[in-house]
Design a protein around this ligand. Structure first.
Ligand code: TRP
Ligand code: ZN
Length: 493
């Protein structure tokens, strides 16, 4: 509608608007997503978190979780309002000590409106008091909260945080953590990093964990249950903390025979990937019914099913390789998933070689030959697979094939320099597939655009078998193949 005549009131309002300083008018709400095209509403805009302090209490019998999250952040724009990603029931929010208005919106947004707008670059402290039964909450129709007979587990990718703490839920916003959880006496609580203290009072035991290196939200884990905690130190000096459900049944021996090799495998991986980036390592095996494993930072999550056929060092190698590729160096966007999975899979190939069960080249040849050109496998581009194929087998196997292709193109000296140099180059930060290409070009001195395009981006089987031996038929299956395949459970979903 065109207005030809301005009413006097409108004119007055317009001049009043002009009277407001330009800076005040620039206070706007932070966006409900951080800007990742795969998941438009994940994470949030307008601020950057530096630290989460989670002081919680969990009752396994009822699945009730309550507590206080204190979030230290800095605004990145003039901010009138901002979101956290969260599903539980909030009773109070304070920003810089002052009560703020809050409301639920979208699938998993908690909208916080501070009493006074926040100028860009301000350090803020956000306190969220909350409670709730995580297993009753869903977003987009699903839940990743796992209840077990003796407790619960939060470990999933990319969504895990919404069910237990409010966050800026995207790997771009990494932060340090103190996670302190009170559980009934006789029950244990596991999280990331080092166990700072335990204390008991009035029937509750409090476990206080500290992660002093930046950590992505999805890599922050919580496990409550009747757990047996073991501690040791690797030969290379890395403290190791592992935990096993006391109810693993027949999988108990195999789980321990795999996960107790964490220290040895961390030291072995350090030879290829450089110094271990964190102050502790380890894993835990709760009595969940899931099948996958997840590289939760310093404390890997393993489903008992990973050990149903005996100990499985290959899955331990995969998840520990992620501590460098995925955890210390996190992706910039979820499209960059190849940096995580291609290299964690390639580490399994190196371990196979170390164990005398097939060389990386033999595994590459086998992957190449066992997928004919019309196999849908080749339509998935590991360099940008799309959200529906983010964890497709091609991201792993074609992804590792791309790593072998790089190795053959630039030669072992440059390749192993890249493999070890990359985690240092971007330690505790974020990087993309494009960043990796630039880095490999810099270290090797070779242009690599065509190579990466062929192996990571074209939706067809590379015609040139430059990365692989020119075998007419499918080569003999490497001895390690079945063990590596057994670590693939997540792709069945
Ligand atoms: N990053 C995990 C791995 O490769 C895969 C994974 C675990 C996963 N849990 C998931 C992928 C849930 C999708 C959803 O070890
Ligand atoms: Zn992985």
């Amino acid at each position: 509608m065109h207005r030809r005549i301005f009413a006097p009131g409108a004119l007055a309002a317009a001049s009043l608007l002009l009277a407001i300083p330009a800076s005040a008018a620039s206070y706007t709400p932070g966006t409900p997503g951080i800007g990742d095209p795969y998941y438009p509403n994940y994470g949030n805009g307008g601020y950057d978190v530096s630290h989460y302090d989670l002081r919680l209490r969990y009752q396994p019998a009822t699945d009730e979780l309550d507590g206080t999250a204190t979030i230290l952040a800095r605004t990145t724009q003039d901010l009138s309002r901002f979101d956290l990603d969260f599903l539980l029931d909030v009773s109070e929010v304070r920003v810089n000590g002052v009560k703020a208005a809050f409301a639920e919106s979208g699938e998993h947004e908690l909208e916080v409106t501070p009493k006074t707008p926040l100028a860009k670059g301000t350090a803020i402290t956000v306190v969220v008091r909350y409670s709730g039964v995580p297993s009753t909450k869903t977003a987009y129709g699903f839940s990743t909260w796992h209840r077990t007979p003796d407790g619960a587990v939060a470990a999933d990718e990319p969504e895990a945080a919404w069910w237990w703490y409010p966050s800026n839920d995207h790997p771009l916003d990494k932060a340090t953590y103190d996670v302190s959880v009170a559980v009934p006496d006789g029950t244990q609580a596991i999280s990331n990093g080092t166990l700072q203290s335990t204390s008991s009072k009035l029937g509750w035991t409090r476990y206080t964990w500290r992660q002093n290196k930046p950590q992505a939200t999805y890599l922050t884990t919580l496990a409550v249950g009747r757990l047996d905690i073991t501690t040791s130190t690797s030969e290379g000096g890395v403290p190791v903390v592992n935990a096993y459900s006391k109810d693993l049944g027949d999988n108990d021996g195999a789980a321990r025979a795999g996960v107790e090799r964490t220290g040895e495998i961390v030291d072995w991986l350090s030879g290829y990937l450089g110094p271990y980036p964190f102050g502790s390592a380890g894993g835990y095996v709760p009595n969940t019914t899931t099948g996958y494993a997840l590289e939760t930072q310093t404390r890997v999550y393993y489903s008992p099913r990973q050990f149903a056929n005996g100990s499985n060092t290959s899955v331990v190698v995969h998840e520990l390789a992620h501590q460098w590729y995925g955890d210390s160096v996190s992706l910039k966007g979820w499209k960059d998933i190849w940096i995580n999975e291609g290299f964690a899979r390639y580490a399994q190939w190196l371990w196979s070689e170390h164990e005398g069960e097939g060389t990386a080249q033999e595994l590459a040849d086998y992957v190449y030959a066992s997928h004919p050109a019309d196999d849908a496998f080749w339509t998935v581009a590991p360099g940008d697979p799309g959200p529906d194929n983010q964890f497709d087998i091609a991201v792993y196997d074609r992804g590792a094939l791309a790593v072998q292709a790089l190795r053959n193109e630039i030669g072992d000296d440059a390749f192993f320099a890249v493999l070890k140099g990359w985690p240092q180059e971007h330690a505790y930060a974020n990087a993309s597939v494009a960043d990796f290409q630039r880095y490999a070009e810099r270290v090797s001195g070779k242009p690599l655009a065509a190579l990466f395009d062929t192996w990571l981006f074209q939706p067809v089987k590379p015609a040139s078998a430059a990365a692989v031996a020119e075998a007419a038929s499918v080569p003999v299956q490497p001895t390690s193949w079945k063990k590596i395949e057994a670590t693939n459970d997540v792709h069945g979903h």
